[in-house]
Each structure stands twice: as structure tokens, then as C-alpha cells.
Design a protein around this ligand. Structure first.
Ligand code: SAM
Ligand code: SF4
Length: 335
């Protein structure tokens, strides 16, 4: 049964129009800000199948979600991703969904860019924190920079629009900002800088990694002419145009400049838990609704109930006075 319902709205009157759907918590890298070297992943048996992910997505589309981002862990390690993408594509064809996008570390993109484009994906976010191969290997604990660079070229060749996502790590970004900016903008790609958030124990000090992007932006404007662009509704990135390159630069500042008031998104983990806020421990298990006799209706009810309790804002903090974070790793719900 297809439920077409009134739009999903949270308890603070914010419309939910964006779903980030994690298809796996597994990853072929171990970024130092994301997970520990010896990460314990969910048992494979807990991962939702394609039909279940599709059903959850359908429930969100019925509630007015216009954009779905597939994420992870690393979504491209999931072998049945093409099947999921082809199924979800029906919502784009029917006009109920504006787009399906993917976040990836790029390690498998050279092999899979064509598949993504063929399945109707038009935009990808690729994570890249440095252009120095040794530093890349260190940050990702074993990744090969050349794989990502080849992946980006393959994605460009099939016409995917690309945003480079860079976690602004203290001691790295100061040197790497300019090479990354010139690399991205000379290829027509936007660059987004992200403040590191305290999610889960990674074995590395958050205080040593954290850099306030509000302060860094001030520092950048000594050299670069940055003209602020109007904030697009909902998205956390605040974009500027860099006059010298003509390209777009985004700042995602969950810690130094909170943007929760315009939050339009929720996240579903690969085991079927709905997270209404990345910065809170709470989540709701959607599997009982999925397994019920009337999944569409029960999912709709469960999601609405959870949204009524969506927190107003996250409570992250990183500073000399301490770190206020949460236990769950970013890879569980995909950023
Ligand atoms: N594996 C894919 C990737 O790396 O793009 C998708 C999942 S990853 C969790 C999504 C985004 O979250 C990436 O841009 C990554 O850099 C970012 N990320 C991971 N841990 C983070 C943290 N603690 N704080 C801020 N961003 C983080
Ligand atoms: Fe994997 Fe992405 Fe997390 Fe890095 S940030 S460990 S690539 S999930």
C-alpha cells in the first residue's frame, strides 16, 4: 500500500525534506576522526536488505522528503547498491524526489562512477582531507590517495557533479587548504570544509584535531576574497565565492556557528534505526514497523512519533574546558 500523507514536520515546526540513508556501517578506510583502527562493526545479519531500505525510503518520500543521500560507512562497498539505486530512481522519474546523491571516500569510484551515473546519480560528495599521499595514508590509516584522484577523474568523465568534503583538521588544513582549493576549483568542483565533531572514540584527541572554521575563515579572508552567497534553505554549508578562482567554498560549522534552527534532515542507519539528530544519543528502531502487517502505515506512524521528539539542537562542544560528544561513531549514520 502506498501511503501519501501530510508532510513530516518536527516538534519545532521544521519540515523534514532530506533523508540520509546509511547502507552500511563498514568501510575500507579508518579515518582518524571517524573511527578507531580496530572498529567493531554491526553484525552483517543486522544490515537491512535492499527491499527494507527501499521501503523506508518510500515512507520518507510519502512524507515529503525531496532528497535522499546514500552514505555509510562507505556506501560503495555494498555490492547490491546498483539494485537499491535503480529502485529508488522511480521516485525521481515520478517527480516525487528531486535527487539521489551519494557520499563516498572515493576509493572505489574509478570502478563504480559509471554505474552511479547509469543509475541516475548526478552528484557525489567525495571526502578528501589532504593532497599529500603520505598524510592521506596516515589520516585514513592506509588509504591510497591515487585511488581517490583516479576516482574523481572517472566521476568527472561520466559527468557527475562533485563536491570535495574536507574535514578541517588542525595541523593539516593550514597547509592543505590552498592546494585543495586550487585542485577543486580548477576542476569545477566545490570545496566544503567541515569542523570535526566529537562522535565516538577514535583513539585520537578531539581537542588536538579541532579547528574553529569561523576563526579559520577570518584568517583566509586575509588572502582570499570571499563573497558570501545567500544560504540555501536547509543545508548546513554556508557558501562563499572565492574571487580569485571563481569557485565555491562551503563552511560547515556545527561547533563554532550552530545551524540547527534550519535543520531539515534525519538519518537512518543501516540496521534500521532512525536518528532525528546526529548530536543526540537517542534513536528509534524502525524494524518492528517494517516487519508489521502494514509496514507503510506503521513506518509513517513511527517516523511521525520520533519527529515529535526531534531535539531542538545538538549539544556538541570541543574546547579547552572539555569535550561534549556522544558515543556513536559517525560511520553509523554517515555524516
Ligand atoms: N565514507 C564516506 C565518506 O567518507 O565520505 C561516507 C560516510 S562519512 C561518515 C561522511 C562524512 O562524514 C565524510 O565527509 C567524513 O569526512 C565526515 N566525518 C566523519 N567523521 C567525522 C567527524 N567526527 N566530524 C566531522 N565529519 C566527520
Ligand atoms: Fe570510512 Fe568515511 Fe569514516 Fe573515513 S569518514 S572511516 S571513509 S566512513
Amino acid at each position: 500500500m502506498q501511503v501519501t500523507s501530510s508532510p513530516f514536520v518536527d516538534g519545532f515546526g521544521r519540515r523534514v525534506t532530506y533523508l540520509r540513508l546509511s547502507v552500511t556501517d563498514r568501510c575500507d578506510l579508518r579515518c582518524t576522526y571517524c573511527m578507531p583502527q580496530h572498529m567493531i562493526f554491526s553484525p552483517r545479519s543486522s544490515l537491512l536488505g535492499v527491499a527494507e531500505l527501499d521501503r523506508i525510503a518510500e515512507a520518507f518520500v510519502a512524507g515529503g522528503v525531496r532528497k535522499i543521500r546514500l552514505t555509510g560507512g562507505e556506501p560503495l562497498v555494498r555490492k547490491d547498491l546498483p539494485e537499491l539505486l535503480r529502485g529508488l530512481g522511480r521516485h525521481v522519474t515520478s517527480g516525487r524526489l528531486d535527487e539521489i546523491t551519494v557520499s563516498t571516500n572515493g576509493s572505489q569510484l574509478a570502478r563504480l562512477a559509471e554505474m552511479l551515473a547509469g543509475c541516475g546519480v548526478t552528484r557525489v560528495n567525495v571526502s578528501l582531507d589532504t593532497l599529500d599521499p603520505d598524510q592521506y595514508c596516515e589520516i585514513t590509516r592506509g588509504g591510497e590517495l591515487s585511488d581517490v584522484l583516479e576516482g574523481i577523474e572517472a566521476a568527472r568523465a561520466v559527468g557527475l557533479s562533485i563536491r570535495i568534503n574536507t574535514v578541517a583538521l588542525r595541523g593539516v588544513i593550514e597547509e592543505q587548504f590552498e592546494p585543495l582549493l586550487l585542485y577543486a576549483h580548477s576542476r569545477g568542483m566545490a570545496l566544503a570544509l567541515i569542523e570535526t565533531m566529537p562522535l565516538g572514540n577514535t583513539g585520537v584527541s578531539r581537542v588536538s584535531q579541532y579547528l574553529s572554521l569561523t576563526e579559520f575563515r577570518r584568517h583566509l579572508s586575509n588572502k582570499w576574497s570571499l563573497s558570501a552567497l545567500e544560504r540555501k534553505s536547509g543545508g548546513p554549508a554556508q557558501y562563499v565565492e572565492v574571487k580569485q578562482t571563481g569557485g565555491l567554498l562551503g563552511f560547515i560549522t556545527p561547533l563554532s556557528c550552530n545551524f540547527c534552527a534550519s535543520c531539515n534532515r534525519v538519518r537512518v542507519g543501516s540496521s534500521g534505526r532512525l536518528y532525528t539528530c546526529m548530536g543526540h544519543e537517542g534513536s528509534v528502531d524502525l524494524r518492528p514497523a517494517l516487519a508489521s502487517a502494514e509496514p507503510a502505515r506503521q513506518l509513517d506512524l513511527a517516523i511521525r512519533d520520533a519527529l515529535r521528539r526531534k531535539p531542538e539542537r545538538h549539544g556538541f562542544r570541543i574546547g579547552q574546558a572539555g569535550v561534549n560528544g556522544i558515543g556513536r561513531h559517525m560511520s553509523v549514520l554517515g555524516g
